[in-house]
Design a protein around this ligand. Structure first.
Ligand SMILES: Cc1cc2nc3c(=O)[nH]c(=O)nc-3n(C[C@H](O)[C@H](O)[C@H](O)COP(=O)(O)OP(=O)(O)OC[C@H]3O[C@@H](n4cnc5c(N)ncnc54)[C@H](O)[C@@H]3O)c2cc1C
Length: 428
């Protein structure tokens, strides 16, 4: 089952190693301390540094070593709730602005990649969403056809009879293709955002966990693995990795593991037949799966929720491989070259959250869709800290819900997942 070159590590960093930060002592004081050096922190750091604020990014692990270098690299419209749900919660005007920002986030990344030549292997490959049941096909088509006016994505309905033109499987009952969706190389995106932040003057320290955060006369005092530090402003950009140093935020985030495998190198012609035109693919199951070819077109990267409880990535190989073979039976004996996982930051209202709480800035909770939105809201929170125009967002001031007795450990997840799997099996 395992290829000779198998490693339980992230495929993306094999050809794009994560940037290294200087192994230097901390400055005594900075203007802005950013906790977490993923897309959010990196995008924010560039803006605060450009505005002349001494900015220090701190990460407990390597730069980008959270979700940002280990995701599926799929770029799509990034709001989970429907417009109607948002309108019921926040009113029609806010809902429309929120929806608009979902599109802007994708456009902003497109423009960075195309116009500013951000080296992230941007490809406009589109995304096919396969219907798990005939009923799901009907719902997918209805959803595409009834998109709100002025806020609609281009789409193409692919009936089952034409499905193999898009993805060579009998598993789905047709689906909908969204041609405007894109793919990036996640670790190259980290490298490119890091290079921009450093070029703007931001400093970084990796392997420097922040384990304490307290108010002080001039702002905040941070206790870190490299000693103490004062900062006028602090940004929490720790998403699904938010720990005990920030309990108010931890109580509002659900860290949920997502697991990916990369197959061994296959014949490029086989990969191009199975997933036509290098597209992203997902389906309508509640326990989500997502897959795409590797940028060199030789492997399939296949991700999803492989276990009821969190575990290490290598243990998920048999399950993920079986899920892949369920879609492409000819891959039943494929060997696996890499397996890895990361903690996605979900929230109770399946919305990202952005703002200031007790003087602490935050941008968090992208619910598995942070490639465009963490980059987008990261930049905005950086502008906000710097007091520069362009930081306004419809997320500002929205309530950030928690649940009674929840402290940051989603102990109920195995039961929820079992329920979702049962519904998937029953096709409801
Ligand atoms: C397997 C997987 C697949 C995914 N696929 C996609 C996809 O295809 N498309 C998409 O849009 N999104 C996807 N996502 C989600 C996306 O990767 C995230 O939403 C995005 O990377 C979040 O970026 P971030 O900077 O907010 O957080 P992260 O990149 O997770 O960074 C948070 C950082 O905070 C650091 N940190 C935490 N606590 C501390 C502390 N106390 N001190 C210092 N540092 C700390 C962590 O070490 C980490 O590096 C996926 C996620 C996973 C795990």
């Amino acid at each position: 089952m395992l290829a000779d070159d198998f490693a339980a590590d992230c495929y993306w960093t094999r050809d794009a190693p994560l940037p290294e930060a200087p192994d230097a002592p901390l400055p005594a004081a900075v203007d802005v301390a950013i906790v977490g050096a993923g897309y959010t922190g990196l995008a924010a750091a560039r803006e605060t540094a450009l505005a002349g604020r001494r900015t220090l990014l701190l990460d407990a692990g390597p730069i980008g070593g959270g979700c940002s270098a280990r995701n599926g690299g799929q770029v799509a419209f990034s709001l989970k709730p429907s417009l109607a749900t948002l309108a019921a919660r926040h009113g029609a005007a806010t809902a429309a602005r929120l929806y608009g920002e979902g599109f802007e986030a994708v456009d902003a990344l497109r423009s960075l990649a195309r116009d500013e030549q951000l080296d992230c292997d941007w490809r406009e490959v589109g995304c096919f969403v396969g219907a798990h049941t005939p009923r799901h096909f009907g719902a997918l088509v209805r959803e595409a056809e009834t998109q709100p006016e002025g806020l609609a994505m281009r789409y193409e309905v692919v009936p089952r009879a034409r499905q193999r033109e898009v993805v060579d499987t009998a598993r789905y009952h047709g689906g909908v293709l969204y041609p405007g969706d894109a793919a990036v190389h996640p670790a190259r995106l980290v490298r490119a955002l890091h290079a921009r932040a450093v070029a703007a003057g931001a400093e970084c320290r990796d392997h420097t966990e922040v384990h304490g955060l307290a108010r002080s006369a001039q702002g905040f005092e941070l206790a870190t693995a490299r000693g103490r530090l004062r900062a006028r402003e602090v940004l929490i950009a720790t998403n699904g990795y938010t720990g005990r140093f920030a309990p108010w935020f931890r109580r509002r985030l659900l860290p949920i593991g997502s697991y990916i495998i990369a197959t061994e190198a296959l014949e490029p012609a086989q990969v191009a037949r199975l997933i036509v035109a290098g597209r992203n693919v997902g389906d309508t199951r509640r326990v989500v799966v997502y897959y795409r070819p590797s940028p060199d077109g030789r492997r399939i990267l296949f991700g999803g929720r492989a276990a009821a409880r969190e575990t290490d990535a290598a243990r998920c190989v048999p399950r993920l491989r079986a899920m892949l073979a369920d879609i492409f039976p000819e891959l039943a004996r494929v060997r696996v070259s890499a397996a890895w996982m990361g903690f996605v930051g979900f929230t109770f209202d399946t919305m990202p959250h952005f703002g200031v709480r007790d003087g602490i800035h935050y941008s968090l909770g992208y619910c598995g869709q942070g490639v465009p939105s963490a980059t987008y809201y990261g930049r905005k929170i950086g502008l906000k800290i710097a007091g520069r125009p362009g930081h306004e967002t419809a997320l500002d001031g929205l309530p950030f819900p928690s649940r009674p007795f929840y402290t940051g450990n989603p102990w109920f997840l195995p039961w929820a997942i079992a329920g979702y799997r049962l519904r998937d099996r029953l096709g409801v």
